[in-house]
Design a protein around this ligand. Structure first.
Ligand code: ATP
Ligand code: MG
Length: 210
């Protein structure tokens, strides 16, 4: 169980959340809805520990003061993946795995690269990658981590149809094993395909939809 209560957050003078509450059970895939600028990306960045917010955190029956305390259990794929343009795909993978402290996963990585049709591009500089290729490379590095919560900002929007199917399979496998997925999307078919539960961000609060 992962629960956020009394979440308040502002960018300088712009208030985005005010005493918002959110809770999710193991195995759920939560779709975040809300109009442009509602705060979906901001919420995911708060949950990933990239932004500091005032809030109460409960995870697996423990209380935490900061996301930083459970950061090892959380993976985040941003809408614009942070990669180094002047490193190759393979070098970016090695760099990310090092940061995430992932060892002995090279075989799994290679298999994922083959599935996502990236295996022939790993020696190219990432500056020559398309947005979808960057997204897939970053996603692969997150999928091999040992995490409980996967945060995805508009996860499938840049992926081709075959890659979307592979990603969907991986997301379902992750939640079947008890993982939690929290993702944002504006695309109705993706929402229908992935979501087990929906939350909508309206007027600085999060509302669970039935
Ligand atoms: N770094 C920032 N500094 C100041 N304001 C910001 C910053 N990032 C986002 N905002 C503002 O916060 C609000 C929420 O933005 P956010 O990106 O979270 O929305 P979103 O729901 O993800 O929108 P979209 O559907 O367009 O992706 C917007 O009004 C935006 O202008
Ligand atoms: Mg966004």
């Amino acid at each position: 169980m992962f629960e956020i209560n009394n979440l308040s957050f502002s960018y300088e003078d712009k208030n985005i959340f005010e005493k918002a509450n959110f809770s999710v059970e193991k195995g759920e895939r939560i779709c975040l809805l809300g109009e442009n600028g509602a705060g979906k990306t901001t919420f995911l960045r708060i949950l990933s520990g990239s932004l500091n917010a005032e809030m109460e955190i409960r995870f697996n029956n423990n209380r935490y003061n900061s996301i930083r305390e459970i950061i090892d259990k959380i993976g985040y794929v941003p809408d614009k993946p942070h990669l180094y343009d002047f490193l190759t795909g393979k070098e970016n993978i090695e760099f990310l795995l090092n940061i995430f402290n992932v060892n002995n996963k090279w075989e799994e990585i290679q298999e994922l690269c083959r599935k996502f049709n990236l295996h022939n591009d790993l020696d190219d500089l990432v500056k020559n990658y398309s947005l979808g290729m960057k997204h897939k490379l970053y996603l692969i590095c997150i999928l091999v981590r040992d995490i409980d919560i996967l945060l995805l900002d508009e996860p499938l929007s840049s992926l081709d149809i075959d890659s979307q199917k592979i990603a969907l399979e991986k997301f379902k496998l992750f939640t079947d094993k008890g993982g939690i997925i929290i993702f944002s999307t504006h695309i109705e078919s993706i929402e229908q395909n992935i979501a087990s539960t929906k939350y909508k961000i309206v007027n600085k609060k999060l509302y669970k939809l039935n």
